[in-house]
Write a protein that binds this ligand. Structure first.
Ligand SMILES: *[C@@H]1O[C@H](CO)[C@@H](O)[C@H](O)[C@H]1NC(C)=O
Ligand SMILES: *[C@@H]1O[C@H](CO)[C@@H](O)[C@H](O)[C@H]1NC(C)=O
Ligand SMILES: *[C@@H]1O[C@H](CO)[C@@H](O)[C@H](O)[C@H]1NC(C)=O
Length: 511
């Protein structure tokens, strides 16, 4: 066995053990007595448990931007002086960061990264990291069952802090990753009042997919609950991240199933460059992407990723959901629009494979004419977009269906800001080796192309650069489209007309 295959085997073994233990669905066997007692005591109208700090096993470290890596100062519930000793700032907002399940029993490398990003964005804030590493490094179902006790610890801590220094609930923001998201949810539920916000970063799926709202993160747990779902592949309850929406706003980047840059090839490259010590990170690439997307939203606020409300990823991929009316679109991550509708809203977006993750979303709508009846599936296209600010050439797109006299709508993304669009080119690639350079019967006529930008909400109509039609031939030259100046100005005029007709009279009627 060569070194390469040995490496592969090691990776495979790591992956296997990780996924197996993660996906086991053994009923929790841990301290069942405590478990039920806790729950009944919680539901009972009793506040005694709330002020008993003796059984708290979690630790609460206030971290600073100077030492984002280490727990140097613990705030201890029941010990008022620790609030001061740790330089907790009672006038500023507080982030409570809650980690998830851990194989190593140590903090993962994202923790200081998130701490640093939070403090970069909110330099005066308090960032508290919850240490429940001992309970988090058990067999997965055991750790999953512990989320209730850890949630109770966090609730006690926050209740105490609030009571002790009258710390305002609206300044509290809990962030939980994986199992930590459910810890945050349970904590939120048990607190005397609702915290301002809970952010769930790919909340864990196994044992939680079908659990009730009291055992998982849910919209009842805070005034506003937002969630990023990044690793929801597989059947429900087997997928690492929970599949169903559990917040007010649930964003599914790249469909939520699997993230770009997390395939095996990239994994191998990362191992080659960074070594095996980053093994667990590599295995959890998509799961952990939720955190890095959130970090991105903190530190690259001027390049915000936009998410759009949509009923499914399949419909989103048709490009038809790029609307911003009635809060249908929002920045993703820290600056998400806080919509608290009763029904959770699922939102979708595409991203790049690295930070900054932002891409620009476009809906392209095109009608294909042809004299002869033509019908194809999965045709490879290359589309180029040209704008005043930049261009992106040869964006690959596989068109699922392509047939005579039919309209196709699809989503196209670019990682560069093209600005106002001026020209579009489409090439229909040959997908076979056989070619007839002298005869090409497979040609569609295209009169118009409609492009809508999700980021700017502008709609542009393109027409054939020359003549009435552009011709799209399989294996042929590019069909070229330019902005239809006439349509644009008539659209503008129509809008102006509308404004004159209805805008002014509307204004009058409310005056
Ligand atoms: C729950 O309440 C019972 C009595 O109602 C008490 O004996 C028990 O210690 C409580 N458990 C916890 C964990 O607070
Ligand atoms: C629950 O506790 C609150 C405050 O301590 C009290 O006002 C209320 O009457 C109690 N409710 C019941 C059903 O015991
Ligand atoms: C498509 O529509 C055009 C014009 O309406 C018509 O001439 C042509 O025959 C149609 N093609 C097919 C395959 O039906």
């Amino acid at each position: 066995m060569g070194p390469d295959s040995a490496l592969l085997l090691v990776i495979w073994m790591h992956c296997a053990s990780f996924f197996c233990s993660f996906a086991t669905t053994v009923e929790p066997t841990v301290e069942p007595a405590t478990e039920t007692a806790t729950l009944s005591n919680i539901t009972a109208n009793s506040t005694e448990w709330m002020v008993d700090f003796t059984d708290i096993e979690s630790k609460f470290a206030l971290r600073t931007s100077d030492e984002p890596e280490d727990d140097l100062c613990y705030i201890v519930p029941g010990q008022r002086q620790t609030i001061k000793e740790c330089d907790f700032n009672p006038n500023e907002k507080t982030f409570v960061v809650i980690h998830g399940w851990t194989v190593t029993g140590m903090y993962e490398s994202w923790v200081p990264k998130l701490v640093t990003a939070l403090l970069e964005r909110e330099p005066t804030a308090n960032v508290i990291v919850v240490d429940w590493l001992v309970r988090a490094q058990q067999h997965y179902p055991t750790s999953a069952a512990y989320t209730k006790l850890v949630g109770r610890d966090v609730a006690k801590f926050v209740n105490w802090l609030q009571a002790e220094i009258e710390y305002p609930w609206e300044k509290l923001h809990l962030l939980g990753y994986s199992l930590g998201a459910h810890v945050a949810g349970i904590a939120g539920l048990l607190m005397k009042d609702k915290v301002n916000r809970i952010t769930g970063l790919d909340p864990a799926g196994p044992t939680f997919e079908y659990a009730d709202a009291q055992s998982t993160l849910s919209p009842d747990d805070a005034l506003f609950v937002d969630v990023l779902h990044t690793n929801t592949r597989g059947s429900p309850d087997r997928s690492i991240g929970i599949q169903r929406p559990v917040g007010h706003v649930d964003i599914y980047p790249n469909g939520g199933t699997f993230q770009p840059g997390c395939d095996l090839q990239n994994t191998m490259m990362m191992v080659a460059t960074t070594g095996l010590r980053n093994m667990d990170q590599i295995v959890k690439c998509s799961h952990e992407r939720s955190i890095h997307l959130f970090i991105d939203s903190l530190v690259n606020a001027e390049q915000p990723s936009m998410a759009f409300r949509c009923s499914s990823k399949e419909i989103f991929n048709k490009g038809v959901c790029l609307s911003c009316r009635k809060n249908r679109c929002s920045k993703a991550g820290y600056d998400v629009t806080k919509v608290r509708s009763r029904r959770s809203s699922k939102m979708y977006m595409k991203t790049r494979d690295m930070m900054p993750y932002k891409v620009f979303h476009y809906q392209v709508k095109v009608h294909f004419f042809s004299k002869n009846k033509l019908s194809y599936t999965d045709q490879p296209m290359k589309i180029s977009l040209y704008g005043y600010a930049g261009e992106k050439e040869n964006i690959p797109y596989v068109m699922p269906t392509l047939s005579s006299n039919s309209t196709v709508s699809f989503l196209l993304t670019t990682d560069v800001d093209i600005g106002e669009l001026v020209m579009v080119k489409i090439v229909w690639e040959k997908d076979t080796l056989i070619s007839w350079p002298w005869w090409n019967p497979d040609t569609f006529h295209i009169r118009r192309l409609r492009v809508k930008s999700g980021e700017t909400q502008s709609r542009v109509i393109f027409i054939a650069k020359e003549g009435e039609f552009s011709y799209l031939a399989r294996g042929g030259v590019a069909a070229v489209f330019v902005k239809d100046k006439e349509a644009q100005s008539s659209q503008k005029n129509a809008k102006l007309h509308k404004l004159k007709m209805f805008g002014s009279s509307f204004k009058k009627s409310i005056e």
